[in-house]
Design a protein around this ligand. Structure first.
Ligand code: SF4
Length: 327
């Protein structure tokens, strides 16, 4: 394995068995694995770290039963619930993305289906934010083709729709919609011309094979961005007491390295769980990933923007200065 990593040939597509071997690598091979991921990261992303800001536009009261989610219909988590965040907050966050030169403004809406009037309402706000040229990604449930086109016409750049886990494991975490619906939704959005952000959550009780199978499907989808979340069990959700002792920094790093090896040209984002599972080892983390969130993930707090940018500089990398259409 060591020699294989040293002479990595990225034109060779990893097989399922090889990918599983990577998640089972012994500790002594970690340096070689990270070096391999770092070479790809540098080749395709340089030293750049894209920082995204997330605004929760709609919170809570979702009809779906995703086991990890504080906003699900089964959750008793003490979260703020609202149908639409104030314009002051939404546009204020968008100004922050602009002022701090962050890569992208991500906006999330709880729920799975939306009326045309709700989508038009959202489109109006996207049009307003796009006046500044901000790159915008929207995390939203299942859109009709008509609704997706409406948002595309409003200037929305990217849509986040995660696979979350493998096809096999998906019914364990959600029974109100299917994995197949998610894949079909992503393909519809790609056909319309959206950039795609799609990844998953690690630590929900899945096997290593499930992580690999999810990444194999993501390799086929080839999203522009692949967010990998590490479970933060939220009190009041079905996964509140999930044993996360397997989420060691070493295992989490292996998952991110595998994502980089399998989908090297995409942005690989260490999303939820970064501050918990990678605390103090950010310089190593940035050798593998080129994208993170600043300042909070929906219902869990994150670091502030300035602290995040400083942490990137301290690690020897550059916070991305982009987020305008004029570039
Ligand atoms: S569909 Fe989205 S908001 Fe609703 S429960 Fe699932 S993850 Fe949470």
């Amino acid at each position: 394995m060591k020699e294989w990593l040293k002479h990595w040939d990225e034109t060779k597509r990893l097989t399922r068995e090889e990918a599983i071997k990577i998640l089972n690598l012994p500790k002594e091979d970690m340096d070689d694995l990270i070096a391999c991921a770092y070479a790809l990261r540098t080749k395709y992303k340089g030293k750049k770290v894209s920082v995204q800001l997330l605004t929760n536009v709609r919170s809570g009261n979702c009809s779906q039963n995703c086991a990890y989610c504080a906003q699900s219909c089964e959750s008793h988590a003490a979260i703020e619930k609202y149908r639409r965040v104030s314009d002051e907050k939404l546009y204020g966050d968008n100004d922050l993305v602009d002022d701090k030169h962050l890569a992208r403004h991500c906006i999330g809406l709880s729920g799975i289906q939306f009326s045309d009037a709700e989508i038009e309402d959202l489109a109006e706000r996207i049009r307003e934010m796009k006046k500044k040229g901000t790159q915008i990604c929207c995390s939203i449930g299942f859109l009709t083709e008509k609704q997706a086109r409406l948002l595309k016409d409003a200037g929305l750049d990217r849509i986040n729709h995660n696979l979350n886990s493998s096809r096999r494991f998906y019914p364990e975490i959600c029974t109100t919609h299917t994995y197949e619906q998610r894949v079909a939704n992503i393909h519809m959005l790609q056909d319309i011309g959206f950039e795609i952000c799609s990844g998953g959550i690690i630590g929900m009780g899945e096997r290593k094979e499930d992580v690999v199978d999810m990444l194999l499907d993501l390799r086929e989808i080839h999203p522009e961005s692949v967010p990998i979340n590490f479970l933060l069990p939220i009190p009041g959700t079905r996964l509140a007491d999930r044993d996360i002792s397997g989420l060691t920094p070493e295992y989490c790093m292996k998952v991110l390295c595998l994502a980089r090896l399998m989908i090297p040209t995409s942005d690989i984002r260490c999303a939820a769980g970064r501050e918990v599972y990678f605390k103090g080892i950010e310089p190593t983390l940035f050798k593998v990933v080129d994208s993170i969130f600043a300042s909070g993930y929906l219902t869990a707090d994150g670091q502030g923007i300035d602290a995040t940018m400083q942490m990137i500089r301290d690690a020897g990398f550059d916070g991305e200065i982009e987020s305008t259409d004029e570039e």
